[in-house]
Write a protein that binds this ligand. Structure first.
Ligand code: FE2
Ligand code: ZN
Length: 470
């Protein structure tokens, strides 16, 4: 009995040396001596089992596990799941976490301290940080102890504040290994599929309107298609006005992006039009509202009545990002010019609310903070006669503009689509140019309704839908 107690005491001490990495150099060297500086969960589990230490850990945890969670809390034995942490290693300013699937990541101590998930540091209802990082966290903070317990990382800080991080929480926040590995999170690792007419004719993403009500996968498909192809056809909706308000609930957050054209705009031949779209004329391929700093990112057009005649009122679509790729290969100088010279776009007119005068300068090709194409602004109608550049640059810009318009107008790049009444076509307004052929308003009627959305709300919907499927 005595021997067993002593053995347990010895194990207890050894395990403390192994599992509690202290920044006290003696403890670190002990840990290094026993286990090359790593804190292994295997040893901890054996210790839990042999010496009945779970209750001690449970006691320690009680300070930072809310009462609500505590009654459900069971200290589980390690199951070597995909989130299983193999060991930890204290480095100079970072904690190295190694998972048993060979993933590894160095987490700066300042990052771990400011992201402590306890109720003093993080508001669990609002789900936001409540400590003031700069005031309350020393940028050079070092942990007093780092421990791996039950697949969680427990850190005791110099002021004895305790932080506990779930393995999954850490794994969801693994940093990219290099700058080259940085991926844009908003595209959810979905790659863009750039297309020409032949490609999109074979694989135009399509869903049935009624599927959107019964199946989250259909809503996910619409959003994913907008991310990958920049276009999606939603077929067989009702032929009645206002259907786009339903779309707002299905693929966004229930509201439409409002502009000075309203929320839902009516595309019909009108008596006193304030936009070329409100005539029966053909519309060359273009992007909408480039005169707004936050020009609409997504556009939905719902066909309620369609004009008669095979070639009248046909919608045209063209993948602008594919056109830029082609142009960059053919004409590098022209490409550079179109990324640099800013054209001015404008919109002047009168509506129910009074007069308006919108104006903005931007290059034809724009990039986001990840260096990817953000917009392709072609709109010959609203491109102003003022160009903010020296004459020689203007001539270069005209040459580049003529050259890229050749690609845009090539038949092989244009999808022609005559919508049936009830159909909705959704597209990325900043990527996919749209236009239409003319129709004879004296003989036939054509009635579309349109609206805009922004990615923020649609991405939000996507995250919510995907989380429900997990
Ligand atoms: Fe338009
Ligand atoms: Zn905390």
């Amino acid at each position: 009995m005595f021997a067993a107690k002593n053995l347990c005491r010895f194990l207890n001490q050894s395990i403390r040396n192994l599992s509690s990495v202290s920044n006290n150099s003696a403890s670190i060297s002990q840990a290094k001596f026993f286990n090359k500086g790593f804190i292994s969960s295997n040893i901890l589990e054996r210790y839990n089992f042999d010496c009945g230490a779970s209750s001690r850990f449970q006691h320690d945890f009680s300070t930072y596990i809310s009462n609500k969670n505590q009654k459900n809390r069971i200290i589980k034995t390690r199951n070597y799941s995909k989130q299983g942490i193999e060991n930890l290693f204290n480095k100079e300013r970072v904690l190295q976490v190694n998972w048993d699937d060979k993933n590894t990541c160095d987490y700066p101590y300042v990052f771990l301290r400011e992201n402590c998930q306890c109720s003093q540091c993080f508001h669990s209802d609002v789900k936001t940080r409540i400590i003031d990082t700069v005031d309350e966290v020393d940028i050079n903070i070092q942990p007093k102890h780092s421990e791996l317990i039950d697949n969680k990382v427990k850190i005791t800080w110099p002021d004895n504040h305790v932080s506990l991080f779930e393995s999954k929480w850490l794994k969801d926040r693994i940093f990219p290994k290099t700058n080259q590995n940085i991926l844009r999170q908003n595209t959810f690792n979905l790659s863009k599929v750039k297309w020409d007419k032949a490609m999109i004719a074979k694989q135009l993403p399509t869903v049935l309107y009624k599927e959107l009500f019964s199946d989250d996968d259909a809503k996910i498909k619409v959003i994913e298609s907008l991310i990958t192809h920049g276009i999606c056809l939603i077929k067989d909706g009702a032929k009645q006005s206002g259907l786009l308000y339903e779309m707002a609930k299905l693929i966004s957050m229930g509201y439409i992006k409002k502009t000075h054209y309203g929320d839902i705009f009516t595309v019909k031949n009108k008596a006193n039009p304030n936009n070329l779209a409100y005539t029966s004329r053909s519309l060359p391929l273009h992007s909408d509202l480039g005169f707004l700093s936050y020009s609409p990112e997504l556009q939905f057009l719902h066909c309620i009545e369609q004009s008669d005649g095979e070639n009248s009122g046909v919608n045209l679509f063209m993948d602008g990002f594919n056109a830029i790729d082609k142009f960059k290969k053919e004409n590098r100088k022209g490409y550079d010019v179109l990324t640099e010279v800013k054209f001015q776009y404008f919109d002047v007119g009168t509506d129910d609310f009074g007069e308006f005068h919108m104006a903005l300068e931007r290059p034809v090709i724009g990039f986001d903070s990840f260096g990817e194409y953000e917009h392709f602004m072609i709109n010959n109608v609203i491109r102003d006669s003022y160009i903010n550049a020296p004459t020689e640059k203007i001539l270069e810009a005209y040459e580049a503009y003529y050259a890229i318009c050749k690609i845009i107008r090539a038949e092989e790049n244009i999808l022609k689509l005559k919508l049936n009444p009830g159909d909705i076509i959704a597209f990325n307004n900043k990527r996919v140019l749209h236009g239409r052929t003319s129709y004879d308003a004296t003989k036939t009627t054509r009635w579309l309704e349109g609206c805009y959305f922004d990615w923020d709300e649609v991405h939000s919907k996507y995250r919510v839908l995907k989380a429900k499927k997990k």
